[in-house]
Design a binder for this molecule. Sequence first.
Ligand code: PMP
Length: 409
Amino acid sequence: ADAIDVGAIREEFPILQREFDGQQVVYLDNAATTQTPDPVVDAMSDYYRESNANVHRGIHHLSQEASEAYEAAHDRVAEFINADGREEVIFTKNTTEGENLLAYSWGLAELSPEDTVVLTEMEHHASLVTWQQIAKRTGASVEYIRVDETGRLDMDHAAELIDDDTAIVSAVHVSNTLGTVNPVSELTDLAHEHDALSFIDGAQAVPNRPVDVKEIDADFYAFSGHKMAGPTGIGVLYGKRDLLEDLNPYLYGGGMIRKVTFEDSTWGELPWKFEPGTPPIAEAVGLHAAVDWLEDIGMDRIETHEEELAAYAYDRLEAEEDVEIYGPEGGPDRGGLVSFNLEGVHAHDLTSIMNDHTIAVRAGDHCTQPLHDKLGVPASTRASFYVYNTREEIDKLVAALDDARQLFA
Ligand code: PMP
């Protein structure tokens, strides 16, 4: 595929033209949240101006229009990730809620002291803390697949840990700290060989590369709208239909029931049985527009663009003797982000100096504290890229390191 037209794409993001102290924003915090292009903002604005009403098939015109738009968004997302239709696409608030939905509805009901939950050492807290706490309540144990010195999963260790006691394997598709692209189909196969389920955290994958849930064969897969050019307040939990049919909801209320009496209730159809209350309707419209927008550019091309930026950033930072980078070298094993430390400078100070240059990067443990403990550092600085970023922006990042050296080293 030919390269993407970054110049034209940037014009759809007025926020990228913003200046602070006369310097244009260099936005390299895309793993935290991406910027939202005009067509997505317009779709939500049009919805509020023209079609706003509550959903669930009200009788009046506006409610019908809103319901159709809300349902169509499920269909569009299903198509985007190759799910078998809207029944397999539950709208949540974000990836975190998808994780909790599964842990509370399936985990609390099914896990027992004989079971193990297998995670990786590079899980985001969204998955790590959730399974840890559900395991405490059910008596199940949690085991972690080792991360090796290169920042990749030790797959021999995975094959050792995943056995007939394993109830679920929960793994991050692309690490938001190391950038590692994990072999999630292999992990899913290992889980299935032992009649365990697989959950994949796709928060850093779906925005940045083609994802086909059938090809991975994941039983459950979660991601967030706000990291893929969409709005905040909406995320997706994909689940295989037969598994979702058998699962009880963990949030109850209106819009998700079939029949209610004073004594008991039964649940409605998928996916609505997992979406009680008034859902994120405008956000669903925005997510739909974001998927259209991404596919117009092409997920293959977005993946290539980010892989190139990450490899460039890796090489430029690698050339600096006092910079330590975490995770695999640039290439197909690394998604579009690079976390690093500058010797003698705390990540928070470095990030603050970057901000003096209006370069937006993130400092901290990136919700992977145990992984940072293992790396032996309290924090790192993370630069993360999206479809609108350029090599020149990475050059600015590298140039700003000198300021930090002068001030702190
Ligand atoms: N998992 C991963 C890998 C992430 O990068 C993030 C966002 N930092 C999350 C989960 C949580 O996403 P959200 O905050 O949208 O729930």
